[in-house]
Ligand binder design. Structure first.
Ligand code: SF4
Length: 298
């Protein structure tokens, strides 16, 4: 069988589902290639993570589609999910990716995870996710600290030759002095990430950064995702986090269910925060706006 794979989002970040599908089909003796409309394929799979990625009009009508971007929240069939990802389809990817846990204990109204994955549960060990040819593992867990299995896995990585990242962020509400001590003993690829999505989270994130600092982690090693929905709140949080010495990354709110685009103001605020040279130099969003309107001559 000739199998075609289509990664709609083309973010450069490897798509775990497609890597597992590739591995499963290759194990059946099938030929697996990236899909192109130029050639016929016996079966085509298309994955789309983001709702804002446009749909490809040329995909065959019987394409097997999956992913939040298509509004499809189902999981891979068990036998495919059990496969080791075929990293060869993303040759530029030099690290392992995967999950220790699935799901989340919370129900944040803007988030698709509770609907898609349900409540928290153990999923894999870090040894099952690790690649033999790399010491780096990027975990995509949604709330690893909320699961005893997740904490145990983190403990068992202390002192091992692995560098890790939890790219969806850790839940700052669950960072106690003891957890901060554990995080400080792990090797991180670059950042310890968390989120600060509401005003109420600001003091919680400040407390978590304090615990981490007490355990020896420098604040600039903390990366904070900042949801941009209410402009004044987002600006307040961005400036406070900047003053704490954390690395801030703003994400304008998108309504996944209704495919609603962020407003121009949300996008402008995110540009201000994410333009590191400007964010560190220009004090407020209003000053950035004025700076932009005068062509940066003020
Ligand atoms: S804690 Fe994170 S993953 Fe869980 S529901 Fe809230 S935003 Fe989603």
């Amino acid at each position: 069988m000739h199998v075609g794979l289509h990664d709609s989002d083309k973010t450069g970040f490897p798509n775990l589902a497609l890597m597992k599908i590739a591995a499963w089909h290759k194990a059946q003796g099938d030929i697996v290639e990236w899909w192109t409309p130029m050639f016929p394929f016996d079966r085509v799979y298309s994955s789309k993570v983001f709702t804002f990625t446009p749909e490809c009009a040329y995909l065959p009508p019987d394409t097997i589609k999956g992913g939040t971007g298509y509004g499809i929240y189902g999981e891979l069939p068990e036998e495919i999910d059990a496969m080791e990802p075929d990293y060869s389809i993303y040759p530029e990817c030099d690290h392992a990716i995967g999950f220790l846990t699935r799901g989340c204990i919370r129900r944040c109204p803007w988030c698709i995870v509770p609907k898609k994955e349900g409540t928290i549960r153990p999923y894999r060990t870090w040894q099952q996710v690790q690649r033999p040819d790399s010491r780096d593992i990027v975990f995509m867990d949604n709330n690893v600290l909320a699961c005893t299995h997740g904490i145990e896995q983190m403990r068992s990585m202390v002192g091992q030759n692995v560098r890790i990242d939890f790219n969806q962020g850790l839940d700052a509400r669950l960072i106690t002095p003891e957890v901060a001590g554990l995080l400080a003993r792990l090797k991180w690829i670059r950042f310890i990430r968390m989120s600060c999505d509401t005003d109420a989270m600001l003091e919680i994130v400040r407390r978590a950064i304090g615990y981490l600092t007490d355990s020896g982690v420098k604040p600039y090693r903390v990366f904070v995702y900042l949801l941009v929905k209410d402009i004044e709140s987002a600006e307040r949080r961005a400036i406070a986090l900047r003053n704490m010495g954390a690395e801030v990354f703003a994400q304008p709110y998108r309504n996944f269910e209704h495919s609603m685009e962020p407003t121009a103001e949300m996008k402008a605020l995110a540009r201000w925060v994410n333009h590191k040279a400007i964010f560190k130099r220009v004090c407020t969003f209003a000053e950035y706006d004025a700076h932009k309107r005068t062509g940066g001559n003020r």
